[in-house]
Design a protein around this ligand. Structure first.
Ligand code: MG
Ligand code: ZN
Length: 214
């Protein structure tokens, strides 16, 4: 337990340094967290193509550079962080990733965390906001089973809503569960392949980008 506290305290210091570095450059960092396969990278590909704001992406996965290549093909700067056996990104990995990525001042920096609904929530990366993504194939009970992930979310996205006719997913129960973990949290339903809800997602991103100027 003491070791865990020390580790998290050290991480919080590094995250604070990241936050200062990003703020000095007017870069808004968003920590995207979800289980594997929720559609984070597909959402980011479309976002990079359509948003019309300068974007850069840090991609976290245990292995492969596939996601960073997908983001670069969509037109944004991207750096892949491979965690090996690790199951989350921490502030030190993000500091080193950002040093290589060199995001433009004034840009949006998306940090796609390692797919995992548990421990990424414990590690502050220096982000301005946290976005939790969950797909309709995962089951509406997940916010109740993994409340820590939802408890610190600034926005929750329900993805792959085009599949709703084919799965047994109670959207109202899911929203209720997410708001039990995080009262009043904003929720958007999206489909990055068909385009549902993407305009609302872009509006949320633009509002975050403008808020940094204050
Ligand atoms: Mg991905
Ligand atoms: Zn972990």
């Amino acid at each position: 337990m003491a070791l865990e506290v020390d580790l998290l305290a050290k991480n919080d210091e590094l995250a604070a340094a990241n936050r200062r570095w990003l703020a000095e450059r007017g870069i808004v960092a968003l920590n995207l967290m979800s289980s594997p396969g929720s559609g984070k990278t597909t959402l980011l590909e479309r976002t990079v193509r359509e948003l019309g704001l300068p974007c850069a992406v840090l991609e976290g996965d245990q292995e492969t550079v596939v996601d960073a290549e997908r983001i670069r093909a969509a037109g944004a700067r991207a750096v892949q962080i491979n965690t090996g056996a690790g199951c989350h990104l921490d502030a030190d990995m993000v500091a080193r990733g950002v040093a290589t990525l060199a995001p433009e001042p004034g840009s949006l920096l998306f940090v796609e965390n390692v797919g995992n609904l548990v421990c990424p929530a414990l590690f502050d990366l220096g982000e301005a906001a946290r976005v939790v993504i969950m797909s309709v194939t995962e089951g509406a009970d997940k916010p109740l089973k993994y409340p820590h992930m939802f408890r610190t979310a600034d926005l929750v996205l329900l993805s792959k809503v085009d599949l709703l006719p084919y799965v047994d997913f109670d959207v109202a129960a899911w929203v209720d569960g997410a708001r039990r973990a995080r009262p009043g949290v904003e929720v958007l339903e999206v489909c990055a392949t068909r385009g549902d809800g993407m305009a609302d997602w872009y509006a949320w991103l633009r509002a975050r980008a403008e808020a940094k100027a204050v």
